[in-house]
Design a protein around this ligand. Structure first.
Ligand code: AP5
Length: 218
């Protein structure tokens, strides 16, 4: 199954992608995670994109598409993937379509998780991250012990771009450059609309139902 998760910052794309990856046994590919790990490792790519992420803008399309192309060549993508945060502009969507077309592949569905801007801003202030990749929220998805990851025991941290000013920039970027993709994929009959303002489990069940996968029992 080849899925794209669309939606504003904080809609729950990463949270749902991780759950879907477990249920559907295909990798969760997050361009944001790839950029953040390059920033952490201080690679050339990390140096190039660090200021862009900090400001809430977008990494250039050619750089982003090249990274996705490399990632899709890995063996674990043979049976599909869950794309979280890519594509994010019309040129990226067009490039992605031709990239897949070269291998006779196509997207099966695009899950558009919607959430009001006012909820986004509130939600982001409570997000806590673990270096191992787990994502928590102080209210809706707290760890068992405050500030500590349930899985690996590492201290949790706040993402640099979760400051309110940056969140507002990211929202503007989303409305200007990413939301036109809803039309792009609607015209291809691929959009599944999901309400992102329900509890995490309810949203997950809605997605599984829309994909006709209720029997996964997760
Ligand atoms: P990226 O990492 O993709 O950030 P984003 O799209 O802004 O999305 P987020 O990760 O902030 O939110 P999410 O929807 O995944 O929500 P989450 O599940 O964490 O990109 C970061 C940056 O990288 C971009 O700004 C850009 O600079 C660059 N970039 C990335 N991809 C790019 C591309 N293709 N092209 C160019 N540049 C690119 O949930 C949020 C919080 O809410 C968590 O605390 C979670 O626990 C909680 N939560 C989740 N679901 C619910 C729920 N249903 N109810 C209550 N709380 C919930």
């Amino acid at each position: 199954m080849r899925l794209i998760l669309l939606g504003p910052p904080g809609a729950g794309k990463g949270t749902q992608a991780a759950l879907l990856s477990g249920a559907l046994k295909v990798p969760h590919i997050s361009t944001g995670d790839i950029f953040r790990s390059n920033i952490k490792e201080k690679t050339e790519l990390g140096k190039l994109v660090s200021g862009i992420l900090e400001s809430g803008g977008l990494v250039p399309d050619d750089v982003t598409c090249e990274i996705v192309k490399d990632r899709l060549m890995k063996d674990d993508c043979r049976n599909g993937f869950i794309m979280d945060g890519f594509p994010r502009t019309l040129p990226q969507a067009e490039m992605f379509e031709s990239m897949l077309g070269e291998n006779n592949q196509r997207i099966d569905a695009v899950i558009n998780i919607s959430l009001d801007d006012s909820v986004v801003v509130k939600r982001m202030s409570g997000r806590r991250m673990c270096p191992c990749g787990k994502v928590y929220h102080v209210l809706s998805h707290p760890p068992r012990e405050e500030g500590v990851c349930d899985s690996c025991g590492s201290p949790l941290y706040i993402r640099d771009d979760d400051r309110e000013e940056t969140v507002l920039n990211r929202l503007k970027t989303y409305h200007d450059q990413t939301s036109p993709l809803i039309d792009f994929y609607s015209r291809r009959g691929l959009i599944i609309e999901i309400d992102g303002d329900k509890p995490i489990d309810a949203t997950f069940q809605d997605i599984l139902t829309a994909l006709g996968r209720e029997s996964d029992g997760v």
